[in-house]
Design a protein around this ligand. Structure first.
Ligand SMILES: NC(=O)c1ccc[n+]([C@@H]2O[C@H](COP(=O)([O-])OP(=O)(O)OC[C@H]3O[C@@H](n4cnc5c(N)ncnc54)[C@H](OP(=O)(O)O)[C@@H]3O)[C@@H](O)[C@H]2O)c1
Ligand SMILES: *[C@@H]1O[C@H](CO)[C@@H](O)[C@H](O)[C@H]1NC(C)=O
Ligand SMILES: *[C@@H]1O[C@H](CO)[C@@H](O)[C@H](O)[C@H]1NC(C)=O
Length: 336
């Protein structure tokens, strides 16, 4: 009897141990940022630093004494994140919560005014905030742009341009753009940047496995990185893009149903990183000393990643030009 109950207990325990080992084995390739130089005196600005990958990136930088501006759309959440990190890191760097809503070009401009009044330089800008929303919800930003295009790409495009002077004052400085390897499935259709056709398609219940709004915006993040690299060549500002890997964060909160948790359990175990594991590559791009002076690369697993997407120079310039026009117009004007 006793032997049998020991056996019953041993089976689940060994299954759990085996699964744990399997996950450990999977995670060995995910990469860790080994750099641990002191970042005292450096100012990092992270968009969407109150949750997920942004929060863990902030935590890692604060541990190394950096000053971190938490640029968040909900100031209460930013303050809560700051308090939580401060509690665990009483001797870390300075943490500053600030309001930034990337859904609104006005909010971006107001935010930049406040940053400029309070800080004379920015050492590293981390464009991390992002949304993933099912297309049939047809969400638009305050200025009327399709939500992924507006928040993940265009808002960051405007923010970055407005902060260039401050980044130039801190050289050698960096811009890190958090994209995704899903950019490889993106497309840029200049005739329909606001995705009218795709949204109609999704409303009729015909959406594919990958959200084209999201994938396209992550592709634009890569084009943005490339365009900035050229425009800033020789300026002392390095630009890079990265993929944190598939992570368990709040990103999919609008897309997930309860049964996904059950279906996804094995995927979670083998493929999904924690937010902290995902932040490693972002921290690497933002602080690794050995890549200082290196610009125009895409990183994943704390190493360079070769995208299979064939980037087109003309699309790159056209996207930049149109983005400038859209920011000026402040609405999704039709583009010739
Ligand atoms: N998770 C993954 O598997 C994965 C994979 C590849 C790439 N990424 C990229 O990683 C980045 C971070 O995502 P995450 O996974 O950490 O997701 P997350 O936990 O949902 O964090 C996203 C952050 O962006 C903020 N945000 C959303 N809309 C905003 C707006 N209009 N203005 C300002 N901030 C806004 C969110 O603020 P609230 O908390 O107020 O909503 C949140 O702080 C994204 O760019 C995402 O595309 C994630
Ligand atoms: C690039 O890789 C992705 C998967 O990572 C694949 O779906 C896509 O078809 C590939 N694209 C090309 C052009 O090879
Ligand atoms: C982009 O704008 C510049 C400057 O206005 C112009 O010289 C160039 O031809 C434009 N390129 C494209 C591809 O639209």
């Amino acid at each position: 009897m006793v032997a049998a109950s020991v056996l019953y207990a041993a089976v689940p325990v060994s299954v759990i141990v085996a699964l744990g080992l399997l996950r450990k084995w999977r995670s060995r390739k995910w990469g860790k940022c080994a750099s641990n130089t002191c970042l005292r005196g450096k100012t990092f600005l992270i968009t969407g630093a109150n949750s997920g990958i942004g929060l863990e990136t902030a935590r890692a930088l604060v541990t190394r004494k950096a000053r971190v501006i938490f640029a968040c759309r909900d100031i209460a959440k930013a303050k809560a994140a700051v308090a939580e990190i401060r509690k665990k890191q009483p001797t870390g760097g300075e943490l500053i919560p600030m309001h930034l809503d990337l859904e609104s070009l006005d909010s971006i401009e107001k935010f930049v005014e406040v940053v400029k009044a309070g800080f004379h330089k920015i050492d590293v800008l981390i464009n991390n905030a992002g949304v993933y929303v099912p297309l049939n919800q047809d969400l638009k930003t305050k200025d009327g742009f399709e939500i992924h295009f507006g928040v993940n790409y265009l808002g960051h495009f405007h923010l970055t341009n407005l902060l260039l002077d401050h980044l130039k004052r801190a050289t050698p400085s960096r811009i890190v753009i958090v994209s995704s390897t899903l950019h490889e499935r993106g497309q840029i259709n200049f005739a329909d940047l606001n995705l009218k056709a795709e949204i109609e398609h999704a409303k009729r219940g015909k959406s594919g496995r990958h959200n084209p709004g999201y994938c396209n915006s992550k592709l634009m993040n890569c084009y943005h990185m490339k365009a900035l690299t050229e425009r800033l060549s020789g300026s002392g500002i390095d630009v890079s893009a990265c993929c944190p890997g598939f992570c368990s964060t709040g990103l999919f909160r609008n897309a997930i149903r309860w049964y996904h948790y059950i279906l996804m359990a094995p995927v979670y175990l083998l493929f999904m990183r924690s937010a902290k594991q995902g932040a490693e590559t972002v921290v690497y791009c933002a602080s690794e000393y050995s890549i200082e002076g290196v610009s125009g690369r895409f990183y994943r697993d704390c190493a360079e990643y070769e995208s299979n997407y064939s980037f087109d120079k003309e699309v790159e310039t056209k996207l930049w030009n149109i983005s400038e026009e859209l920011v000026k117009a402040r609405k999704p004007i039709p583009i010739a």
